[in-house]
Design a protein around this ligand. Structure first.
Ligand code: FPP
Length: 249
């Protein structure tokens, strides 16, 4: 595939504006390996990862993709060395504080999904502030999955529905997909059309298990800090060639 040797500020001409995904989800894998390849500590990979995410968000805005969701920290990531976990928590907080004004100016609506109660208080405060300050923005919907696990999300939805049944507010027969979705963290956000995973792993790693039932999956060997607009262009071009049948013929 030929890639236009330009800065890619605008949607590349080989992509159809009518067939863009309405929601792209990303598993930003490979920060640690990127750093190792450079002979640097893993945390440098995470710092570079933030730059890549920021550029992807801007690219979605420039090219007309209305929603982006990034998997920043899974419920399983607590099992990493405590220094790395602490670094990531501080990094999220610092990035939020640093980027909030710009996100407000650029009309970004930010939302965090996951078990937010399990995050450090100071990070929670920045998260709450960023969501509150951007809740009326009508630009790109940017969702960050933090302390997120798909199974855990489904279980908490089941518990909430079971409590409604127990209280007599609903009958079990009333439980359907629509009702279930109302209890997911992502309520109100369309399901992802496209999942991008970097660093070549062919897994979804407990990410948006319910929501990705019909998402197209694109895996690239590129490590996350190297995922740039040229790479995003390739992912979108591949997506636009897919025949989405949603189980039909
Ligand atoms: C996976 O790479 C990456 C992470 C667990 C962290 C990703 C987080 C960011 C890029 C920061 C996002 C920031 C905000 C505020 C949204 P890895 O460490 O698993 O890489 P490896 O598989 O090569 O070890």
């Amino acid at each position: 595939m030929s890639v236009e040797p330009v800065t890619l500020q605008k949607l590349p001409t080989d992509l159809s504006v009518n067939r863009l995904p309405k929601h792209v989800a990303v598993i930003m894998d490979g920060n640690g390996r990127w750093a190792k390849n450079q002979g640097k500590p893993r945390i440098i990979g995470h710092q570079k990862g933030v730059d890549a995410l920021k550029d992807l968000l801007r690219c979605c805005k420039d090219w007309g993709v209305p929603a982006l969701t990034a998997y920043a920290f899974s419920t399983e990531n607590w099992g990493r060395p405590s220094t790395e976990v602490q670094f990531l928590m501080t990094l999220f907080e610092r990035v939020l504080r640093r980027e909030l004004e710009e996100m407000k100016e650029e009309n970004v609506k930010i939302r965090f999904v996951g078990n937010l109660a399990g995050l450090p208080d100071s990070l929670r405060q920045e998260i709450d502030r960023s969501m509150e300050d951007t809740k009326n923005n009508l630009g790109i919907q940017f969702t960050v999955a933090t302390n997120y696990g798909g199974r855990q999300e489904i279980i908490q939805a089941c518990k909430a529905i079971a409590a409604q049944v127990k209280q007599g507010d609903i009958e079990p027969e009333q439980i359907n997909e629509e009702l279930f979705e109302q209890h997911l963290y992502t309520h109100g956000i369309p399901n992802p059309d496209l999942l991008i995973r970097t660093s070549g792993e062919m897994r979804i790693s407990n990410f948006l298990l319910w929501q990705m039932a019909y998402s197209e999956i694109y895996v690239t060997p590129t490590l996350w800090p190297d995922f740039d607009r040229v790479e995003f262009h390739k992912a979108l071009a591949t997506y636009q060639q897919r025949d989405r049948r949603f189980g039909k013929v």
